[in-house]
Design a protein around this ligand. Structure first.
Ligand code: NCD
Length: 304
């Protein structure tokens, strides 16, 4: 079901796909710190036009752990993009040199364009404020690993729900499960209307809140994102809104025993560092799951 597929939008994957992916990721956990030869001879090209730490490294590590090789670049510096090469031409070259392309770009739709140009599968590692499907798969995988299930959980999303592409993709993925979603943000940072329309048409139960303290005692998961400063069109709006939410030890006084706090990282100031040593903090574990999850993705797509 995964073989040869592009991963551009979370909307393209159903529950059966996700369960297959999660089972495979669980299997790959065994190999996440060793080396196997499942993808020996395969080459992954990374084309990262925007900054990244975890996503790029975990893709690269995943490919190497599977016995494959990695080529590519991050930042256009040193590539022909500096000389004015178009995205389509750059992708055509990578397509000729590799078996799979992983792309991150500041423009929405860049990954889709790449997939149209390339014959090899293309994975979207984040395009603008729009999509970040593999992060969302990793997020739901972490929930599935922590609780053994996703159905029946109350999931709070806190922060810049409008500009964070991880939120957009996570909401889309969650429509495959029977969960209740609490959208907690300043009014200006609510998810975009087309996302809300889509998830509502798929029957996702949701409610809007502005204050985490009001609902935190009901939650099984709190998923926090930073304010996406670089995506604000109006800098004054950013100034007004920055620092408007934060998880501190105080926030966590009255919570469920098994609450987990997730964050795609990087964190700025939206989770106090003292929260890191509480049993609720799972964001570093979540980041570590990036390797087996991406091993599973690469293997399922490139399997012989
Ligand atoms: C996110 C991203 O790049 O969208 N980071 C990530 O991939 N782990 C989140 C962010 O930048 O806030």
């Amino acid at each position: 079901m995964w073989r040869g597929r592009d991963v551009i939008s979370a909307r393209d994957f159903n529950r059966v796909d996700l369960e297959e992916l999660f089972e495979m990721a669980r299997y790959m956990e065994k190999y996440a710190k060793s080396r196997v030869e499942f993808l020996k001879g395969k080459i992954m090209a990374v084309a990262f036009f925007e900054p990244s730490t975890r996503t790029r490294l975990s893709f690269e590590v995943a490919m190497k752990r599977l016995g494959g090789d990695v080529i590519g670049f991050w930042g256009a510096e040193g590539t022909s993009v500096e000389k004015g090469e178009t995205l389509a031409d750059t992708i055509r070259m990578l397509d000729a040199y590799s078996d799979i392309i992983v792309i991150r770009h500041k423009y929405e739709g860049a990954a889709k364009l790449a997939a149209e140009v390339a014959e090899s599968p293309v994975i979207n590692a984040g395009d603008g404020a729009y999509n970040h499907p593999t992060q969302a798969m990793l997020d739901v995988y972490t929930i599935w690993r922590e609780f053994g299930t996703v159905d029946g959980l109350n999931i709070g999303l806190l922060g810049d729900l409008r500009h964070a592409r991880t939120i957009n993709s996570l909401l889309e993925i969650l429509t495959n499960f029977k969960v209740r979603v609490y959208l907690i943000s300043p009014e200006l940072l609510r998810p975009r209307v087309e996302t809300i329309n889509y998830i509502q048409s798929r029957g996702l139960m949701l409610s809007f809140h502005t204050n985490i303290e009001e609902v935190i005692h009901e939650l099984d998961v709190v998923y926090v994102v930073r304010i996406q400063k670089e995506r604000f069109i109006d800098p004054l709006e950013y100034e007004r809104i920055k620092g408007s939410y934060k998880i501190t030890l105080d926030t966590l006084k009255n919570v469920k025993k098994n609450l987990i706090i997730l964050h795609p990282l990087p964190r700025v100031d939206e989770i106090d560092h003292r929260v890191d040593s509480t049993p609720y903090a799972k964001y570093f574990r979540q980041a570590a799951f990036g390797v087996p999850l991406r091993m599973a993705l690469l293997y399922l797509i490139l399997q012989p």
